[in-house]
Design a protein around this ligand. Structure first.
Ligand code: HEM
Length: 165
């Protein structure tokens, strides 16, 4: 099974554990030579269709719980694939968006972030936590940044986001 606290897929019956201990866990690997391009394409699609995506973020004492959903049946798998791809990046130390200090710091602390993602009918719930209070703030700031990406689109992606104190 997936490493506790890290994985996409939630309940065992979905068989979609993800984590260091679950390399054969049923999710497709994102192989190929151009994962960066693939990831950016997915991000562009999400940004272009952002008016069709709803999101709620709840801060937890040790992280966040986010619910991100869409009624668009073609967009849902892209959303889920994006989160899978970003989890792979955290796990494998393949950062993205390093120009932004918030993302740089997030990837620097990747090993201290626990992730659980569960599909919902229209999207997914993500619970991200950390035992390090500093990383908790990072996780919460990142969740707000994703919400701002949805609200403001590419202009927000071009912006740098500060690392919380
Ligand atoms: C409309 C655009 C986007 C949507 C809907 C979206 C959605 C999500 C969701 C649902 C998560 C899981 C964590 C959470 O819910 O807070 C996530 C994680 C992540 N996203 Fe995106 N995202 C978008 C744009 C971007 C952009 C522009 C980047 C960077 C170039 C990015 C990079 C990441 C990274 C690195 C993670 C994993 C880090 C973590 O979860 O702490 N995303 N995204």
């Amino acid at each position: 099974m997936a490493e506790p606290g890290r994985g996409l897929g939630g309940p065992p019956q979905n068989g979609k554990g993800r984590g260091n201990g679950n390399k054969g866990g049923g999710l497709r690997r994102r192989g190929g030579n151009g994962p960066h391009d693939i990831d950016h394409q997915a991000i562009q699609t999400l940004l272009q269709n952002r008016d069709q995506i709803q999101r709620k973020v709840e801060n937890l004492p040790d992280g966040v719980r986010t619910l991100t959903e869409t009624d668009n049946k073609e967009l849902r798998p892209i959303l889920i694939a994006h989160v899978e791809a970003m989890y792979d990046r955290l796990e494998e130390g393949r950062p993205i968006h390093m120009r932004d200090p918030l993302f740089r710091s997030l990837f620097a602390h990747a090993k201290e972030i626990k992730l659980i993602a569960k599909p919902t009918k229209k999207g997914l719930v993500v619970i991200e936590t950390s035992e390090n209070p500093k990383v908790v703030k990072l996780i919460q700031a990142h969740a707000q940044a994703v919400t701002l990406f949805l609200k403001n689109g590419p202009a927000e992606v071009r912006r740098n986001h500060p690392v919380p104190d």
